[in-house]
Design a protein around this ligand. Structure first.
Ligand SMILES: NC(=O)c1ccc[n+]([C@@H]2O[C@H](COP(=O)([O-])OP(=O)(O)OC[C@H]3O[C@@H](n4cnc5c(N)ncnc54)[C@H](OP(=O)(O)O)[C@@H]3O)[C@@H](O)[C@H]2O)c1
Length: 246
């Protein structure tokens, strides 16, 4: 897919990787970029890059009315970038209750799925286009320290594979982006080596250009997919070692 002239929508565009998606799309000469955030007032910095082409929009991906309003406004979208996500440092058993686990599923799985379902007809009417789902290398194997987050991203990976098959006939490319730790607020408590957020956005967009379905930005993600391919069980055991000892 050629990104020059594309019309993109990016969720969670006010910060982190989402903001870098907008910047990269702007550099790649997308015609229009709908930069979305729950709080539209947080978009002023990214919109200031080019107010003619970067359009701010309020969007909460867990709210059906909010998604519906975005669909009605953005009927020209050819590239949907699902980037918004939440994650907590919470174990599956250690967490005091299921509130974080439910929020991760509501946002990372159901929210992303609702966005794909809402925009699939728009992409179809505009010739097929592409969907980019920003997942995580933790979708490949559970990191118990972030157990419920890993599970939500694994569900989102399975969902991504399913919609890829369902949307193949309408010519929509569906890209799964599975980064390791990225240098954003999201991972501020992590000591792992971090990939720059602009590198993740650029790798994802290059995958769209090249028609690549799965992309693993950063050394950590490259290591995870190599381990998964060579010895899935060994990967699980190595991830388990990162669980804090009680
Ligand atoms: N950073 C990492 O290490 C890492 C690694 C792998 C994958 N990822 C994934 O990359 C994506 C972006 O994360 P990031 O690192 O850029 O984190 P971030 O800086 O915390 O940004 C997360 C973005 O998602 C938005 N968001 C959360 N819930 C939302 C909702 N219900 N509706 C709309 N927007 C919502 C946030 O908006 P507010 O500002 O309103 O909260 C924020 O704009 C996420 O899907 C994350 O899981 C991150």
């Amino acid at each position: 897919m050629n990104l020059k002239g594309a019309v993109a929508l990016v969720s969670g565009a006010n910060k982190g990787i989402g903001k870098e998606y907008v910047k990269a799309l702007h550099d790649m000469e997308a015609d229009r970029i709908y930069a979305c955030a729950r709080d539209e007032s947080k978009l002023s910095e990214v919109v200031a890059l080019d107010p003619q082409r970067i359009i701010p929009l309020a969007l909460d991906i867990t709210s059906e009315p909010s998604i519906q309003a975005a669909v009605e406004r953005c009927q020209d979208v050819t590239l949907l970038i699902n980037n918004a996500g939440v994650g907590y440092d919470a174990g599956l058993i250690a967490a005091p209750d299921l509130s974080h686990a439910r929020k991760e599923m509501e946002t990372n799985y159901f929210g992303t799925l609702m966005m794909c379902r809402a925009f699939a007809p728009v992409l179809k009417q505009n010739g097929g286009g592409a969907i980019v789902n920003t997942l995580s290398s933790l979708a490949l194997s559970n990191l118990p320290f972030r157990g419920s987050y890993s599970a939500s991203k694994a569900a989102a990976l399975s969902m991504t594979q399913g919609i890829r098959a369902e949307l193949a006939d309408q010519g929509t490319l569906v890209v799964a982006v599975l980064p390791g730790t990225v240098d954003t607020d999201f991972s501020k408590n992590s000591d792992n080596p971090k990939t720059a957020p602009d590198a993740v956005a650029k790798a994802a967009l290059q995958a769209v250009i090249n028609g690549v379905e799965d992309v693993y930005p950063g050394d950590e993600a490259q290591w995870a997919i190599a381990q998964l391919t060579s010895d899935r069980k060994a990967l699980e055991k190595q991830m388990a070692q990162q669980l804090p000892k009680s």
